[in-house]
Design a protein around this ligand. Structure first.
Ligand code: C5P
Length: 398
């Protein structure tokens, strides 16, 4: 899939620059042609000789080649690229890219590139968390660049936190996937809700459910793989996305509603996969409820908002809304009733009667019921494959 692809690999001056050699090797081994463009400070971290030997091309880092005086055309390199990957991307280069400060070959090439751009930030945790870095990354995302989120772990400073450049294998995988899947959702923004909600009882207890988030995360990944910009509104889960998606973490049903209301109008579609608790606790205790109570304490429940129905009542003719139904009895009737009541375009039914399906499993068996009367049954498959079926159906409608 990578064979013959033209990759511009931008390397900036951070410790993680040494990992760029492994990334370059992966591209070359899989048949890509790579042009390395380094910032001047990247040369302090890894020698251009290593990179030119691995890529089979002279490395570019200056506007002019000193010994020949020939001009390195950032426009030509930008147009040659099928993808540009900046790994590692320091806070400095991210800032320059976000603000068009084209004082080196790398940023000028970035501004000239027509191809998709993937950015793998790497920096110390405090730099990563600084509001200016956060804002610059948001700005780059809003321009359509793909951010490959850094991992958490021990950093070069020996501090532990978020900022370690994602491993070369993972970066390679993201780019390979980009080329393998047709970009049928490019230009679309899709919101996905996932996971359970936790409804607080006291500071240490909550009402929750067994939802693992796996189905919603698989759908979010699949949408991103097909080029969509994805906003994943997620309850508390232990899974993480494999693709660059924007995760909005929430805990309660009411927080999930607020996040969905903020994002829905800016989206072309929403897939409501979360298992929202039906009730929240109205008399949350500020202190831990003690066991040694004279009488058994009671909790007052109130109905949580129905997020899907709320969005259904305000969706525009251009927007699509997808819901899920997890049923134990009268499956088809119940699912059809939800489809109507929540004003959904289609509903994905999974029955708890099917073996190896539903909550917290790796597999699922679904039936898609459309508002147009469609009813499509699928076999038992891993959730990642089920996600493809659902996103195929969604892409057709979009
Ligand atoms: O009504 P029920 O909970 O069975 O409906 C399931 C569908 O509605 C799912 O798509 C779920 O994400 C969504 N839902 C919601 N907000 C709720 C309850 C369910 O968005 N409070």
């Amino acid at each position: 899939m990578m064979k013959g692809k033209h990759i511009v690999l931008g390397i900036t001056g951070g410790i993680a620059a040494y990992k760029a050699a492994s990334l370059l090797r992966l591209f070359v081994k899989n048949g890509a042609e790579v042009q390395v463009v380094m910032t001047p400070s990247a040369r302090e971290f890894i020698t251009p000789v290593t990179l030119s030997a691995l890529s089979g091309k002279p490395v570019i880092s200056e506007f002019f080649t000193a010994n020949t005086g020939s001009w390195n055309s950032h426009v030509d390199i930008g147009l040659w690229a099928d993808a540009m990957v900046i790994a590692p991307a320091t806070a400095c280069t991210i800032g320059k890219m976000a603000n068009g400060i084209a004082d080196n070959m790398l940023v000028t090439t970035y501004l000239s590139a027509k191809a998709p751009v993937f950015i793998a930030p790497a920096m110390d945790l405090d730099m990563m968390a600084h509001p200016s870095t956060v804002a610059n990354i948001e700005k780059l995302k809003s321009y359509g660049n793909h951010i490959i989120e850094p991992a958490s772990g021990e950093l070069a400073s020996h501090l532990v936190g978020k900022g370690r450049m994602e491993e070369p294998e993972r970066i390679y995988e993201v780019i390979e996937r980009y080329f393998t899947t047709e970009q049928s959702l490019a230009g679309k923004r899709i919101m996905v809700t996932a996971g359970p909600t936790y409804e607080k009882i006291d500071p240490v207890r909550f009402i929750g459910n067994y939802s693992s988030g796996k189905m919603g995360y698989a759908i979010a990944d699949e949408c991103a793989r097909r080029g969509a910009e994805v906003v994943l509104v997620s309850g508390p889960v232990s899974v993480s996305p494999s693709m660059p998606v924007q995760v909005v973490k929430v805990e309660s049903g009411r927080q999930m509603l607020a996040a969905c209301e903020e994002w829905f109008d800016k989206c072309d579609a929403a897939v409501m996969c979360a298992a929202v608790a039906d009730y929240y606790v109205d008399n949350v205790s500020d202190v831990k409820i003690k066991r040694e109570h004279s009488e058994i304490p009671s909790i007052n429940l109130k109905k949580n908002p129905d997020i899907a129905a709320t969005l259904g009542s305000r969706k525009s003719a251009k927007q699509l809304l997808v819901g899920f139904a997890l049923e134990t009895d009268n499956e088809m009737e119940n699912a059809r009733e939800k489809l109507r009541r929540k004003n959904l375009d289609f509903i994905v039914l999974n029955s708890l009667r099917d073996a190896n399906s539903g909550f917290a499993t790796d597999n699922n068996t679904i039936t898609i019921i459309g508002s147009n009367g469609d009813c499509v049954k699928y076999g038992n498959k891993p959730k990642t494959e089920v996600a493809k079926d659902i996103v195929d159906y969604l892409s057709e409608l979009l």
